[in-house]
Every structure is written in structure tokens, then in C-alpha cells.
Design a protein around this ligand. Structure first.
Ligand SMILES: Cc1cc2nc3c(=O)[nH]c(=O)nc-3n(C[C@H](O)[C@H](O)[C@H](O)COP(=O)(O)OP(=O)(O)OC[C@H]3O[C@@H](n4cnc5c(N)ncnc54)[C@H](O)[C@@H]3O)c2cc1C
Length: 306
């Protein structure tokens, strides 16, 4: 039987990060992914390397983690990060009290939020709505999830880490309460076989609850789905966030020559569901055009969900 000291289930951002980290520490580690790499949320996402600004009011612990990780990723993952910077803008229809709470939240969380006057804001982002009444610069950035994951794997392989794609975990092997391996199915040949391990890591994202079930464990995971829109050009130079209580469709992330607007959010029974609907597209456009009034003039390339 094939063996590894540690087996990691799931080839998303979490799994590939663990694979690389363990391989660099000299641990004999193997990652198994049921489809191709980053089949889950790690590619069907917004690609925002958060400064933490989005969480500065409602979850300051998360905000602090964001700014710490943001700083690390800019150093060790330079080629995956587009350091565009971010701008938070409040519209005249948004609650001014929230702005004060947000400024305070950024301070407490260690996020540099620099207030700029409106002339400067419109100079930096000429397409912004004239309803913008307040603007701040933050260290948001864009991150390429595909490149980041593949580079993690390439690096892990150089340290001896192993990867099997199109290999679905269909069972967890136990001796009493102790896990000693997994049963997998090859997606191409249909062959089923076992892989032994001392430690098993569940990095299954939205599928983590189902994976835990295979070991007879109950982990409460409620998958959540969000829809995003990709436009055919850069609408903004910065990541532009609406400065109000976090809501749907309020962030524009420029990636290279396109812009991604998102996201909606809804609970779904099964993480496999990546469907989108016309209603969600319309909702995103309606909210988005409050920040960029001419949004509907841009060509919509595609709509996707994760
Ligand atoms: C719409 C949306 C937008 C988002 N935007 C952002 C953003 O801008 N910035 C940000 O930081 N975060 C964002 N997130 C959150 C971020 O995408 C997730 O936190 C992150 O991708 C989770 O990574 P993961 O590796 O844990 O899970 P996933 O990327 O979902 O990986 C899980 C993997 O496990 C595999 N798997 C499942 N079952 C099995 C099995 N039985 N056998 C083998 N493999 C299996 C799946 O195929 C999948 O590849 C967003 C999320 C969504 C949904």
C-alpha cells in the first residue's frame, strides 16, 4: 500500500499551503484532490487580498489576521499579488456613523486607513459616482488564486511533497478511533485503492463536513455560495469597497485587464452547486452602479459562482 506520514485532503488554498509548509519542514506529505487543483472556492472567488478593512467593524480578530497575512503574502508571494491598493468610499446614502466606527476599527486592528479629499479620490478613480462623499486608502490588493496555488505546489514538490489530482477520497480507514489511511477512487480509470497515513488533514473547504462524516465525525459546515461578475476592462485602478455595513455586491477588484464585482451570498445544501441566476446578476449590477454609475456601459465577460 502507498503511504505518507501526512495526507492532506483538498487542493484549495488551505491544502496547498499546508502541503508546502509540511514539505519544507521535511515531513513526508501527500495531497489528494478529487478534481484538478483549486476546484473549489480558491479559484471561484473574488481574488481580493484583504487589508482587513472589510472586517474592521464586525470582526476585529479577522481584520488583524488579514493585515498580518496580507503583509506576509506581499513578501513571499510577490508574483501572485497585484499591489493595486484599495479605496473605501462612502456614498451620501450611507450611514456616516458607520464611517466613524470603521476608522476606529481600522486603528484598533492595525490597518492603515488614510483619509483623502474628494479631489484626490476622483483623480485616482475618475469613474467613481459623484455621490461619493468620503474616501480612504487602505493596503488592499488583488491576488491570483491559480498562480498562488500552483506556485505553492511547485515549491512543495521541490521539498519532496507529493500531489495526486483526480483522486477522490471515498472512505477513511480506521482502527477503532484511530485513522490510519484513506480509500480513494481514480476519476479516470475508476480504480479504487488505499493510501496509508499517520495523520490525516481535512482541508476540504465547503466539503469538509462530508469528509468528516466518512470518519464518523460530525463537523457543522454550512456551504455558502456567492456569484461574481467579470467585466472586460479595468473600471477602477484600486480595489474599491463601499464604506458601509458589509453587504452584497459592494467590492470591485481589478485583476490585470478585467474587473470582478461581487459578491452575493446564499446558503446551499451542496458545495458542488456553482450555478448562477439572472436575478443575482441584476442584483449585482443594481448595487454596483451606485458606486460606478456607468457600470452597465461595460461589457460583461462572464458570471461565475463559488
Ligand atoms: C464567492 C466567494 C468569493 C470569495 N472572495 C474572497 C476574496 O476575495 N478573498 C479571500 O481571501 N477569500 C475569498 N473567499 C473565501 C475563499 O475563497 C476561501 O476561504 C478559500 O478559497 C477556502 O479555501 P479552501 O482550500 O479551504 O477550500 P476550497 O478552495 O474549496 O478547496 C477544497 C478542495 O477540496 C476538494 N475536495 C472536496 N472533497 C474532496 C474529496 N472527497 N476528495 C478529494 N478532494 C476533495 C475540492 O475539490 C476542493 O478543491 C471567497 C469565497 C467565495 C465563495
Amino acid at each position: 500500500m502507498e503511504k505518507a506520514t501526512v495526507v492532506v485532503i483538498g487542493g484549495g488554498a488551505t491544502g496547498v499551503g499546508i502541503l508546502r509548509d509540511l514539505a519544507m519542514r521535511g515531513v513526508d506529505v501527500m495531497l489528494v484532490e478529487k478534481r484538478d487543483l483549486i476546484n473549489g472556492a480558491s479559484s471561484r472567488y473574488h481574488g481580493l487580498l484583504h487589508s482587513g478593512g472589510r472586517y474592521a467593524v464586525k470582526d476585529q480578530e479577522a481584520a488583524k489576521e488579514c493585515i498580518e497575512e496580507n503583509t506576509i503574502l506581499r513578501k513571499i508571494g510577490k508574483s501572485c499579488v497585484e499591489a493595486s491598493g484599495g479605496m473605501f468610499v462612502r456614498l451620501d446614502s450611507d450611514d456616516p456613523d458607520y464611517e466613524q466606527a470603521w476608522v476606529e476599527g481600522c486603528k484598533v486592528s492595525g490597518i492603515e486607513a488614510k483619509h483623502i479629499d474628494l479631489d484626490e479620490a476622483f483623480r485616482l478613480e475618475p469613474r467613481l459616482s459623484k455621490h461619493v462623499v468620503s474616501a480612504y486608502l487602505v493596503p488592499d490588493a488583488a491576488i491570483d488564486g491559480f498562480r498562488m496555488s500552483w506556485q505553492n505546489v511547485d515549491s512543495a514538490k521541490r521539498y519532496g511533497g507529493r500531489l495526486k489530482t483526480y483522486t477522490e477520497v471515498i472512505g477513511i480507514l480506521k482502527d477503532g478511533d484511530e485513522v490510519h489511511g484513506i480509500k480513494v477512487r481514480d476519476a479516470f480509470s475508476g480504480e479504487e485503492y488505499e493510501i496509508g497515513c499517520d495523520i490525516l488533514i481535512n482541508a476540504g473547504g465547503g466539503w469538509a463536513g462530508k469528509i468528516a462524516e466518512m470518519a464518523g465525525l460530525e463537523v457543522g459546515v454550512q456551504p455558502d455560495k456567492g456569484t461574481l461578475l467579470a467585466f472586460n476592462q479595468r473600471i477602477a485602478n484600486h480595489v474599491v469597497n463601499r464604506l458601509h455595513k458589509s453587504s452584497d455586491g459592494d467590492i470591485f477588484v481589478p485583476h490585470g485587464s478585467i474587473t470582478i464585482l461581487g459578491t452575493t451570498s446564499m446558503s446551499i445544501p451542496d458545495a458542488e452547486d456553482t450555478s448562477t441566476s439572472r436575478e443575482e446578476v441584476e442584483k449585482l449590477l443594481s448595487i454596483g452602479e451606485q458606486t460606478f454609475e456607468h457600470l452597465r456601459d461595460y461589457r460583461l465577460l462572464r458570471c461565475f459562482a463559488g
